[in-house]
Design a protein around this ligand. Sequence first.
Ligand code: PHE
Length: 456
Amino acid sequence: MQRGSHHEAWSSRFAFLLAAVGSAVGLGNIWKFPYVTGVNGGGAFVLVYVACVILVVIPILIGELLIGRRGGESPANSMAALAKDENRHSSWEILGWLGIIAAFLILTFYSVIAGWSLAYVLETAKGSFENIDATGSREIFDGLLADPLSLGLWHGLFMGITMFVVSRGVKKGLERAVTVMLPSLFVILLVLVGYAAIAGEFKRAFDFLFTTDFSKIDANVILIAVGQAFFSVSVGIGALMTYGAYLPRDVSIPKMSCVIAAADTLVAVLAGLAIFPIVFAYGLEPGEGPGLIFVTLPIAFGQMPGGTFIGTLFFVLLAFAALTSSISLLEPTVSRLVEQRDWKRVPVTICAGVAAWLVGLGSVFSFNNWADFTPLGIFPTFANKTVFDLLDYLATNILLPLGGMLIAIFAGWLMAKKSTLDELGLTDGPVYRVWRFLVRFVSPVAVGLVFLFNLA
Ligand code: PHE
């Protein structure tokens, strides 16, 4: 069969852009970025983060989309095909499998957290947070986490919606979903920023995010920023490589990559500008950690006029953002399976989704029945790590950087210069040279350092 003939293509460059930005914008931007910034000292972290995106993540993203489009298949088959074209060892196919497996593993716990946001849409809409105090808010959150049945069901509902979208294919499923959800997400986000600007302490939030105190930058902040940048832009695994395979030839990969990374960073900063003014106005703690939007923010929603509406809107935003990312996490597995002879998209999606849901139950139980179960507890690095923590660690701290580094090595060192020039549609001018320098030297070294540090 001809390469790529198993798959539909995006109907336009704009459709691809929406889907790729949808993949990038997710829990990583709205849940993780504000709290990680809060914990790591604000402006200094933001500065390092932006530098990581530009110097490390964009060059790898270009490499990833380039490999995806040239291969035209799922990450595994694309890597196998390119290894052959470029006369490289056939074991490079493993890099594709690594991407598929990493995406699948992230999906299993991503869906659990996304389930919290669905639960919070209902909780906020019901008015549960009206006039609540910090203890009350924490009780609601802890109550949800302690209940494996409802966690499992919300996780199931979220996975079900993801499966529904993916089962309908690239044009009728993914494209339609992102065309509705991504613009709505931007509108909701702008409404929330507008609200925060009027009702919150906007100036303080702005200073918090953009005043750089260089003394706060240390090795650890840099490491966290690199990891966060990878996760947030969806780089290093099979997600965008798969989306790249459906990309028409006339689309410029370097331009698209910059737009994707810029949009992702913009949303993260806007999320910060929606959240911190409220945090400051209500005297809450910016360095609260993972509970920032689930425990802290609802206290403010419960006190502010119209808070039930604003709060519900906020969690709808979070659910939308998560869904446009989760579909890109399920798609790599599905794309590989439909390349198998006679395997149809709908049953394959159901099998993959149900499997991800089942594995995700391990993360569900990590917050209650298995809270004390630390499978690798004998190793000091993994002491106190639950199944959820381990999966998150494995995927985010090991598989993403490893995948990213290998993509950089393959695209920068092992593919012929001619192939990459041709695929990027560039001449051997300054843009190409800057990219090639970054992807050969800067990105792999930076990621290698992070990788070593995380293992140490
Ligand atoms: N980028 C997504 C987010 O910010 C998560 C993700 C990671 C999606 C890797 C696909 C691949 O939430």
